[in-house]
Ligand binder design. Structure first.
Ligand SMILES: Cc1cc2nc3c(=O)[nH]c(=O)nc-3n(C[C@H](O)[C@H](O)[C@H](O)COP(=O)(O)OP(=O)(O)OC[C@H]3O[C@@H](n4cnc5c(N)ncnc54)[C@H](O)[C@@H]3O)c2cc1C
Length: 378
């Protein structure tokens, strides 16, 4: 697999899109600038200053599909032209009041209905903590029951519409509650095919064993687990919490171990692919190459519907577009929400990219290479 073909990687981007991407990734690579931008944005939000004029043509354009489902239609269509499917991700973040939970629930139902019968939308998705009023770990039994009912109602709708549904993974403290509900939902809705997908964060020390337990359970209960692998997004917070509260750090001791666990997870599922469906959510070169090689080595069709690669919209286009050009199944997580609501998501993307200097450097290098290539051709 050659992920360095920039002509394919940026085939969807106009010259002005590329200039915007270059500007953004340059700005994002400067931690001080990101800090100042974050402070200014939060202050502007607090006093309700209009900020759309600065965010929409820059950050929003690079990382977000639109304000509403209908606004995302153009992005979905554009991606589909390059054989890339979408996962429309309602990304409004914030508190979890009764009203906000209802809104998140309604919006997810809408997205599941919207995806029905649309081959360009490969999966739907939701963040489980958005379905609970208050903090999941502090919920009363009654509220926990309501949480479960909401999750099951979403799964039921996905099942009725024959649409796959990813359940995102979150913080360690809440994940055992999400695990239990997801296992039950998979056992109920995944009898013939995987409709409900569980997310496993492979930066956790226990997830490979958990994967094996899921396999065993699925054999006994006769269902097909949908497994979404990610490395995990909350490492620093998890380490800090574990040390503050005095329990064992749930995260692997180093990056190498997480990489090894992720790849071991991929190999395990691929060795048993007759009994699984797989979604690999990563921007890591090696893991993407490994999965592509495993598919080919095992003689599985590259377009086999049981196996998908996925990256976030606006990031690692070189991986997504080159894999899709080679005939593998690829989908992008496309966030959508009104500008004000999606800002925390955008700020996290900016901070994440700043923290991963290697990732931002790679993005910039590829963007520069493509700008130079187009200049030479002009
Ligand atoms: C499509 C998609 C869906 C996603 N959904 C979720 C989700 O539901 N829940 C979620 O938590 N995250 C999710 N993420 C984010 C994901 O968990 C990672 O944070 C992000 O993708 C970076 O990891 P990577 O594999 O792409 O890249 P890499 O750069 O190879 O890996 C970086 C990751 O490695 C791990 N790591 C880094 N340093 C260390 C260390 N010292 N010790 C141990 N581990 C280390 C961390 O997890 C870090 O994020 C998703 C990502 C994608 C692309």
């Amino acid at each position: 697999m050659d992920f360095n073909n920039t002509q394919i990687a940026f085939s969807m981007k106009s010259a002005s899109d590329l200039r915007n991407a270059k500007f953004l990734f340059t700005a994002i690579s400067n931690p001080k600038l990101v800090k100042i931008f974050k402070a200014l944005t939060m202050a502007a939000l607090k006093i309700k200053l209009p900020i759309a004029w600065i965010v929409k043509p820059t950050l929003y354009r690079q990382f977000v599909g639109g304000e509403t489902l209908n606004e995302c239609a153009k992005t979905v269509k554009l991606l589909a032209n390059y054989n890339i499917k979408s996962v429309l991700d309602y990304s409004a973040e914030g508190g979890t009041t009764e009203k906000q939970v209802q809104r998140a629930f309604d919006e997810t139902i809408k997205s599941i209905d919207y995806a029905k019968g649309k081959p360009s939308i490969a999966y739907t998705v939701f963040k489980p903590t958005a379905m609970a009023v208050g903090t999941l770990t502090e919920c009363s039994q009654k509220e926990l029951q309501k949480f479960k009912e909401r999750v099951f109602a979403l799964c039921q709708r996905a099942y009725d519409n024959n649409v796959r549904l990813l359940i995102d993974a979150e913080h360690f403290a809440t994940q055992h509650i999400i695990d239990a509900v997801t296992e039950e939902a998979m056992a109920k809705f995944n009898k013939k095919r995987a409709i409900v997908f569980h997310t496993l964060q492979m930066y956790r020390t226990d997830r490979l064993e958990y994967l094996k337990m899921i396999y065993k359970q699925s054999q006994e209960m006769e269902y097909i687990p949908g497994i979404k692998f990610v490395r995990g997004a909350y490492m620093d917070e998890e380490r800090k919490l574990a040390s503050e509260l005095g329990y064992d750090d749930p995260i692997n001791p180093d990056k190498k171990t997480t990489d090894r666990m992720y790849d071991a997870g991929l190999e395990y599922v691929m060795d048993n692919i007759g009994s699984f469906e797989l979604f690999s959510g990563t921007h890591n070169y090696q893991s993407n190459v490994l999965l592509a090689e495993l598919i080919d080595k095992k003689g599985i069709k590259r377009g086999d519907e049981r196996i998908y690669f996925s990256q976030l919209y606006g990031m690692s286009d070189n991986i997504s577009f080159n894999l899709a050009a080679e005939g593998y199944n690829v989908c992008k997580y496309v966030p959508y929400a009104p500008i004000r609501d999606v800002l925390p998501y955008l700020l996290r993307r900016a901070e994440e990219n700043t923290a991963m200097a290697g990732q931002t450097g790679r993005e910039l290098q590829l963007i520069n290479a493509e700008i130079s290539r187009r200049k030479r051709r002009a």
